[in-house]
Design a protein. Sequence first.
Length: 213
Amino acid sequence: MSADLVLEALRWRYATKAFDPAVPVSDADWFALTEAFRLSPSSYGVQPWKLIDVVSPEVREALAQAAPLNTTKIMTCSRLAVLANLRRISPEYLETYYCDLATIRGFERAQIDGFATMVGADVAAKGPAGQANWAVAQTYIALGFMASAAAVMHIDLSPMEGIDRAAFDEILGLTGGDYTSAVAVAVGYRAADDPYRSLAQVRFDRDTVIATV
């Protein structure tokens, strides 16, 4: 894909406010978008995230009630996901990752002891609160990759932070578990009567946001 096509796609997208419920996102396209999430980069490759695909109408309805600022988007989008992050990065979680890394790359686990020691020390030094903040930041990187993939595919994607995260955790069975809700994602195709679809995209100019040193 050319640079011009990528830029056209990014200029085309906007945070859709109302979706057309009659136009579904295909299974193949949804798989590609969730793969974009899964394949996103993360610091040390630790991937402290999870995508929860909301397919139950009852769960969707409950989540809509817990996100009054986003009810219309939640109820009209074709696909709904909640991105969750780890509350803390436990040594056990990291060990699972190290073992996967070694297996997939054909190493003995002992061959990555130095890497594991470095990562473990850095993560431990962050403390519980720092680990949670770090995991949220990594999850938003994955959200960015998912949103960019959607734009390239000309599928509308709207991130939603105006949610009651504690209520979302309760509804999704996350309360007291390893993960907690970070952001919801509505995916579909913009409604013809969404007033925002005809508004110009507003961004600062390049001199304001891009510096050269």
